[in-house]
Design a binder for this molecule. Structure first.
Ligand code: NAP
Length: 277
């Protein structure tokens, strides 16, 4: 369950884009808005741009200083919403204090919302309708389904209930007919809940929270966490401790991270295709 899966998806996307270029001389275009100089955001955005170019998409980064007004960013989003050449719009989070995340997310047109955060897309997902799905949970689902095609009746436990990860992950696994438990910081006896999991997704942000005696034999373990500890990046799961007990487990780095970017490209291609109809 590693980088290979992301490469497979990217290669499929690249092939499809080159066919569109040949047939209709049009390609998808992703615009990323980056505000401020927060280093991790700069690294993520650069990486997204690099991968978008590798699959043959147009990719642009619009940069603003951290004191930019909300109005200026909203005006830019409005322009991009109207621009027929823009397939997808992403505003890199977190945002500076003067800018409301809610207003920004609401401003991105649902048909160009490649992050799947707009309430229209969130509502469609939770109603079981077609929607743009947030990239990280979508990547996690694709990894899980590589291991186990039919998830019906499986008990999935998700640690974390964020709008970004935990909640959409729960919706996706419900759609796959899993029995879903979502646990969080106020859950009593977290370990006991995790022990019920056939599929465990950790999206917490606590280094090595999940230990070997938290999972049952042959569980599928997906580690979303990215935690900087000293010079190292580690996950929410103690990989070395669990790797022989789990049926499959994602490493950090190299597991869910590359899938998130692959799914961003996949969402951008889907938005592009939807506009051709
Ligand atoms: P978030 O918004 O901070 O949410 C964390 C969730 O974990 C919350 O629901 C919180 O509970 C719960 N939690 C915190 N401490 C806990 C504990 N000790 N026991 C049980 N639950 C606990 O985080 P997020 O945005 O979902 O991100 C989670 C992690 O994924 C972070 O490390 C982030 O960097 C990483 N991430 C990775 C990718 C990727 O591509 N791999 C993408 C996005 C994020 P409450 O709701 O009760 O506070």
């Amino acid at each position: 369950m590693e980088k290979k899966e992301a490469e497979i998806i990217q290669n499929e996307i690249k092939k499809e884009i080159s066919e569109f270029k040949k047939k209709i001389n049009k390609i998808p275009s992703l615009t990323v808005i980056l505000i401020g100089d927060y280093i991790p955001s700069q690294i993520y955005v650069k990486n997204k741009e690099k991968k978008a170019r590798e699959v043959g998409m147009n990719s642009e980064i619009i940069r603003y200083p951290k004191n930019v007004s909300e109005k200026e960013v909203l005006n830019k989003i409005e322009q991009l919403n109207k621009n027929v050449k823009t397939s997808g719009i992403l505003v890199q989070l977190p945002l500076p204090d003067q800018i409301s995340k809610e207003r920004i997310i609401n401003a991105i047109h649902p048909s160009k919302d490649v992050d799947g955060f707009n309430p229209i897309n969130v509502g469609n997902l939770s109603s079981g309708y077609k929607s743009i799905v947030p990239c990280t949970p979508l990547g996690c689902l694709l990894l899980i389904k590589k291991i186990e095609k039919n998830l019906s009746g499986k008990h999935a436990v998700i640690i974390g209930r964020s709008n970004l990860n935990g909640k959409p992950m729960a919706q996706l696994l419900l759609k796959e007919n899993c029995t879903v438990t979502v646990v969080h910081s106020k859950t009593n006896n977290l370990k006991n809940e995790c022990l019920k999991a056939d599929i465990l997704v950790a999206a917490v942000g606590v280094p090595h929270l999940v230990k070997k005696d938290w999972i049952k034999e042959n569980a599928i373990v997906i580690d979303v966490g990215i935690n900087k500890v000293g010079e190292n990046i580690i996950g929410d799961v103690n990989f070395d401790d669990l790797k022989d007990k789990a049926k499959a487990i994602t490493p950090v780095p190299g597991g869910v991270g590359p899938m998130t970017i692959a799914c961003l490209l996949k969402n951008t291609l889907e938005c592009f295709k939807a506009r051709l109809i």
